[in-house]
Design a binder for this molecule. Structure first.
Ligand code: SAM
Length: 219
């Protein structure tokens, strides 16, 4: 009950006020229990306007960033979605709530196990959690209608672009280790169009299509 009040407040003060308009996305952000995706000692801060630590020096993204990425991706029921950077599993749960079949990949095995257990326990059965370097996507299940990269990339990997179906959307933060531009790339008739969404600060994408090793980051 108390969490529902906090979630409703988050929707109004953090999301609607900053321009999130898609009612399906707002409903998903209301219904997916964010407090289940943060460490026990941080549940009272779960709906705060900020990213939170989830252990392993990683974070669950700020609610607004999750909503902005999800809205930009225009997820429809039945879409095949790839998320790179599972973390807590929260973004994957939002995509699943919207009816996508979700493939999500996480490089940290401890986070992979935690997210898999959490998503199963909460009943998000249309999510498969993979372990490994997702910086060049997950070719086995390509092509995807939606790809969300939830860690900061130095550039848009051409390998990832090659895993987009026609009319697919890719949302990815691109920049240096400290500041990135959140970009929406849209594929149409074999051509790519790019739109700037927001400035952002994510933890780094580490791997073949990302940064060589961890140094800093937020989000
Ligand atoms: N989407 C997550 C959530 O809802 O909790 C938050 C993601 S967190 C900001 C970024 C995550 O990307 C971290 O868990 C990190 O371990 C992961 N990551 C970094 N590089 C990766 C890679 N090459 N492949 C897969 N995951 C990666």
């Amino acid at each position: 009950m108390q969490f529902q009040v906090r979630a409703r407040d988050m929707i109004e003060t953090q999301l609607r006020r900053r321009g999130i308009r898609d009612e399906r996305v707002l409903e998903a952000m209301l219904r997916v229990p964010r407090h289940e995706f943060v460490p026990a000692e941080l549940v009272t801060a779960a709906y705060d306007d900020r990213p939170l630590p989830i252990g392993e020096a990683e974070t669950i993204s700020q609610p607004y960033i999750v909503a902005a990425m999800t809205e930009a991706a225009r997820v429809s029921p039945g879409d095949k979605a790839l998320e790179v950077g599972t973390g807590s599993g929260y973004q994957a749960a939002i995509l699943a709530y919207l009816g996508a079949t979700v493939y999500t990949i996480e490089r940290n095995p401890r986070l992979t196990v935690g997210a898999r257990e959490r998503l199963t326990r909460l009943g998000y059965l249309n999510v498969q959690v993979f372990s490994g370097d997702g910086s060049e996507g997950l070719p086995a299940n390509a092509p995807y209608d939606v790809i969300l990269v939830t860690a900061a990339a130095p550039s848009v990997s051409p390998v990832l672009l090659g895993q987009l179906a026609d009319e697919a959307r890719l949302v990815v933060p691109v920049g240096d280790l400290y500041h990135q531009d959140l970009l929406l790339l849209f594929k149409h008739g074999g051509e790519m169009a790019t739109r700037f969404l927001d400035p952002c600060q994510f933890v780094p994408l580490i791997g073949k299509g990302g940064w060589p090793e961890r140094s800093a980051g937020f989000d």
